[in-house]
Design a protein around this ligand. Structure first.
Ligand code: ZN
Ligand code: ZN
Ligand code: FE
Length: 761
């Protein structure tokens, strides 16, 4: 007889780990106990040595599906001659590390119960078990236990309690477990927030949607606005009420078969759609007739997701599987509503509300992802993913908080080799969004028991996160570190790929504050976490009107034409505008016309020149349309480029400047010769591939570095990412891109953290 004390760390709480251990101990006829401690699970088992070995092997090789074991260690103990195995209640010391599971989509067993007329939970929209259900969104403290969730106020009925206490039951210690007798309930409200009574709120809500009404649905991480996706006028009305012009809406379909009728799905996309995280997957639309054009205007990709809560499944059944628009319940670009007290914000948008009384503690948007070359390329990492830890290649010797940027914000807490990257906080322009940011930073610090000793922020002095970090550091006496935006992008891609070596970092995005005060975004940085040298960048161009130029790409087109020495009249009337003279004067006199090297702005300029669009209603819109046009074209020859050995007054040691003027002149000639916008888009993408390959080639010659990392929001472009990876691969570079965090600013916090870890080590 032997006894062992086994400590397991990783994602081991809230994932059915203790019941799993209980069953395993039973199988191997071992006695002892299992309990959650902060950050780990402690198992004490005694029995035959061979059984102990078998137990350990099973635990290591076949842990429960949602668990992620990072470390397992054991030491011998004196046997106590116990006669049974038991699960002990958890300790709440809060002093040591804790791991929190992301929210998990309804599992097949629970789904079967919802639709089983003989089951006691038939039709109950809040059932869950140890393998599925809400996690991060309901957690109020650590360790994970019902008392520290928003289920605390619901007293379990005798039947639920019996399952919860029965080690043989699938709901053994399922913290959010509930049934119709004891758990959360639905409520229907009209557009003014007055209660509506109906024996079947889901059917009532479904019928209202079928009649063309717009409904607000309280979900897992916030409210959704829902309506029939095939109904043009309803979708157009939703856009009008939401003040959202053209940004695509996501669609929820009943199941995989329904998705297959709507969009093109490869094997990687299929497994993402069906994964426990249930993200919105961007897929190529096959049947535009099933979904109104207004859902994703001018966009060949459709964001599709499958139901991930029992409520969704019941609703999809109520509308007979007809695809529903499911978009964030918010007004314009404000954060998604998650509290009933804020639901009034949606009055005037929603005709009716379907809500429930289980509070959402953590606002968490749907995740968005796509697939490139069979591998995931995250667009927004949030519900279902966060806060799973990401391994850092360099350990953080002290606790660190990295606060991200200003848009698509995530923050990250680092301790040792673990980075806890938060769910998506969105754009922090709204005060309400910033408040969520502050609250959620505080919550994560408590959940993971991390008290940061260093705060890392972007170099941009006006980002609200920069000011937050500075004020907090002053208040708490913590250290501060500023990391340049594109250095953080490159470090982010290095970190998730486990790299710790000098690289050529290609950082292409919309904008980031540069060392010289200009707006960077077409950068080749050589170096590592500890520091980078700006080795090359796109030629500076002036953005007349600053931020206005972001919304009005024609201003960039004009600046490029003027810079390239092309007659403005060479361009068709579409690029001409009443404000042209004003903008030309701004460019000439350098009034409110900051320099930028941004690739995002170059996409905008080319889109305008090619007649695709002169104005955008959301950032990246022109680039998405160029990508779509180019994808539909066979090969197109690249436009010419030039390289200046050094520039920006930096002397011979300054960065190489990539001269885009020859390309702009060629684009202008194509436009003058009535070449189609599709072919121009295709040729432009080929040029960008050339630009990356030629620049990396020169930098490899100069530095002998063969590792290239691709980061920045521009690399959400699937065509560009695919072609750049293929080309660099053919030229024998080792190429890395994002798979775990988005290439856009949602990945900045991880990069900031990696830089801090390396500098502290
Ligand atoms: Zn379940
Ligand atoms: Zn119950
Ligand atoms: Fe960026």
């Amino acid at each position: 007889m032997e006894r062992r004390a086994i400590v397991v760390t990783g994602v081991v709480q809230g994932v059915g780990f203790r019941p799993f251990v209980y069953h395993l101990a039973d199988r191997f006829q071992l006695h002892g106990s299992v309990k959650n401690q902060s950050g780990s699970v402690l198992i004490e088992v005694e029995g035959e040595p061979s059984s102990l070995e078998g137990f350990l092997a099973e635990l290591t090789d076949r842990p429960p599906p949602l668990a992620q074991i990072d470390r397992l260690s054991w030491e011998p103990r004196a046997p106590r001659g116990e006669s049974r195995f038991q699960i002990e209640s958890s300790e709440a010391d809060g002093a040591s590390p804790v791991f929190i599971s992301p929210d998990v989509a309804t599992c097949p067993e629970c789904l079967a119960e919802v639709f089983d007329t003989g089951d006691r939970r038939f039709g109950y929209p809040f059932l869950n078990c140890t393998n599925c259900g809400p996690r991060l969104t309901i957690i109020t403290g650590a360790p994970y236990d019902r008392r520290r969730t928003t289920m605390a106020t619901f007293a379990m009925c005798a039947a639920c309690r019996a399952e919860y206490d029965d080690p043989a039951d699938r709901r053994f210690h399922a913290q959010p477990t509930a049934c119709a007798d004891c758990g959360p309930r639905l409520r229907l409200l009209d557009g003014a927030g007055m209660p509506l009574s109906s024996p079947d709120p889901i059917a009532f809500f479904g019928e209202a949607l079928e009649k063309g009404e717009i409904g607000a649905l309280k979900g897992l991480g916030g409210y959704h606005l829902a309506c029939m996706a095939r109904d043009s006028s309803t979708v157009a009305e939703l856009r009008r009420r939401k003040h959202r012009d053209e940004k695509p809406f996501a669609v929820m379909v009943a199941d995989l078969e329904a998705a297959e009728r709507l969009v093109e799905i490869g094997p990687a996309e299929r497994s993402l759609l069906l994964s426990a995280a249930r993200p919105i997957v961007l897929l190529r639309a096959l049947r535009p007739d099933v979904v109104a054009e207004e859902v994703a205007p001018g966009n060949p990709w459709l964001g599709v997701m499958l139901p991930y809560t029992p409520l969704h499944h019941l609703l999809m059944r109520a509308v007979e599987g007809v695809p529903l628009v499911m978009t964030s319940g918010n007004r314009s670009d404000e954060p998604i509503v998650h509290r009933e007290s804020d639901a009034g914000t949606l009055a005037g948008i929603a005709d009716l509300f379907l809500v429930h009384d289980r509070p959402i503690h953590v606002r968490c948007d749907d995740s968005v992802t796509r697939v490139v070359d069979g591998v995931e390329l995250p667009v927004r990492r949030s519900r279902g993913y966060a806060p799973s830890p990401i391994a850092l290649p360099v350990a953080c010797p002290r606790p660190v908080l990295a606060v991200g940027g200003q848009l698509k914000v995530t923050f990250a807490l680092g301790r040792g080799r673990q980075a806890f990257v938060s769910h998506h906080m969105g754009d922090l322009d709204h005060y309400n969004a910033f408040q969520s940011f502050e609250n959620d930073v505080e919550l994560y610090q408590r959940l993971f028991a991390i008290r940061p000793e260093l705060l890392v922020h972007d170099l941009h002095p006006d980002y609200v996160t920069t000011r937050y970090a500075q004020e907090r550091a002053a208040r708490e006496g913590t250290q501060l570190l500023a990391v340049q935006h594109h250095h953080a992008h490159v470090a982010s891609c290095m970190a998730e790929n486990g790299l710790d070596e000098p690289v050529i970092g290609v950082a292409f995005d919309g904008s980031g504050f540069g060392d010289d005060g200009a707006i960077w975004g077409g950068e080749f940085l050589v170096g590592d976490y500890r520091g980078v040298r700006r080795a090359a960048h796109l030629r500076y161009i002036r953005m007349a009107g600053g931020d206005r130029a972001v919304r009005e790409p024609w201003r960039l087109a004009l600046a490029h034409l003027r810079d390239a020495g092309k007659e403005i009249n060479d361009i068709k009337a579409h690029a001409l505008h009443a404000d042209v003279r004003v903008v030309l004067r701004m460019l000439e006199r350098n009034i409110n016309a900051p320099f930028t090297s941004s690739v995002g702005r170059l996409f905008d300029a080319v889109a305008s020149l090619a007649g695709v669009r002169d104005r955008v209603s959301f950032e990246g819109q022109a680039a998405i349309e160029l990508e779509a046009l180019a994808t539909a074209q066979p090969e197109g020859e690249a436009y010419p480029l030039d390289f200046e050995p050094s520039g920006g007054g930096g002397g011979m040691d300054g960065p190489m400047v990539i001269d885009t003027r020859p390309m702009i002149r060629a684009v202008a000639d194509d436009v003058a010769n009535h070449v189609s916008s599709g072919l121009i888009a295709r040729r432009f993408h080929s040029t960008m591939v050339d630009l990356v390959a030629l620049t990396c080639g020169r930098l490899r010659d100069a530095t002998q570095i063969e590792t290239v990392v691709l980061s920045g929001g521009v690399f959400l472009n699937a065509l560009l990412t695919h072609e750049v990876c293929a080309r660099l691969g053919r030229e024998e570079f080792r190429v890395y891109r994002h798979r775990l965090v988005p290439p856009n600013d949602g990945g900045l916090s991880l990069g900031q953290l990696a830089v801090a870890a390396a500098l502290l080590s």
